[in-house]
Design a protein around this ligand. Structure first.
Ligand SMILES: [Zn+2]
Length: 282
């Protein structure tokens, strides 16, 4: 079992992987955003993190003059903004997908190159395969360190907290498909964007899928018991097991579930009222 995660502390996770956590702990970020530095000679960084001066200084002191590339998993403000300062200081190439237009994301993020799904990025004495995993964000990428069978999951899979799916950029149907995608990968460990390493990654992906489908079933039961219903009426029923202070976030998840059910043809929405699709009997 790993010790507590402390911001600013460099932790050697394997001979070629180090973790440095940013000082931005919180309800959505757990102990803070994990930045990963891979390599011993020619270095690659995954998720430089938020634009916090002390964190950027710590990253630069770890990489010295050896950083060749910066990869981002997505463009939420706790993951990509520090790429600008790190690139300016090191000249490293930046890879990732830009923020969608009109989103409340890091719109200034300007990658030198956008990796293709499945592309293998040669990084000196190791390789990273880009895996497009929309769901938490439409532009979300995971990176598989082939030599270690270690998957950097950003916010696709987090340790210690639940991934938030916020429409319209967040998409529950896409998220579940992207979790299924993990089951097709030869991996033995997950390095998440928040929290500790996760063993048995396929078990974890299956657990997450089951958890979401169980919640989806509660949404269906909630609609069956009380419809037509608004989001506010439904959240109290479907998230009765969740503390009230989390109902704001729960409402966004509920909305994501409802949109998936609508896309699946199982629910319909008229104005703000949701009901089960009357054409479906079960
Ligand atoms: Zn995050």
């Amino acid at each position: 079992m790993e010790n507590l995660i402390r911001p600013g502390e460099v932790v050697q996770l394997s001979p070629r992987v180090r973790r440095l956590t940013a000082p931005n702990p919180g309800m959505m970020t757990g102990p803070g955003t994990n930045s990963y530095i891979i390599g011993t000679d020619e270095l690659t960084m995954i998720d430089p993190g938020p634009e916090i001066e002390s964190h950027i200084a710590a990253l630069l002191s770890v990489v010295g003059g050896s950083l060749r590339r910066i990869l981002t998993t997505h463009t939420h403000f706790d993951h990509s903004p520090a790429a600008r300062a790190v690139k300016a200081a090191t000249g490293a190439e930046v890879l990732g997908m830009p923020a969608p237009p009109q989103s409340n994301q890091d719109g200034q993020f300007a990658p030198d190159r956008v990796p293709r799904h499945g592309e293998v990025i040669a990084c000196g004495d190791f390789s990273l395969r880009a895996v497009h995993t929309p769901g938490h964000a439409s532009n979300h990428l995971c990176y598989l360190l082939l030599e270690d069978r270690l998957l950097f999951t950003g916010d696709h899979v987090m340790q210690g907290s639940t991934v938030v799916i916020t429409p319209p950029d967040g998409d529950m149907g896409a998220y579940l498909r992207s979790l299924e995608e993990l089951l097709t990968l030869d991996i033995n460990c997950i390095a998440p964007g928040h929290g500790h390493l996760i063993d048995k990654p396929h078990d974890e992906a299956r657990r997450l899928i089951a958890h979401r489908l169980k919640r989806e079933q509660k949404v269906v039961e909630g609609l069956a018991a009380k419809h037509p219903a608004t989001l506010d009426e439904l959240v109290a029923v479907v998230y009765a097991d969740t503390p009230l202070k989390l109902h704001g976030a729960a409402k966004r998840s509920l909305y994501a579930h409802l949109l998936k059910l609508e896309a699946d043809g199982r629910a319909v929405c008229e104005r703000e009222y949701w009901r089960l699709n009357p054409a479906i009997t079960k």
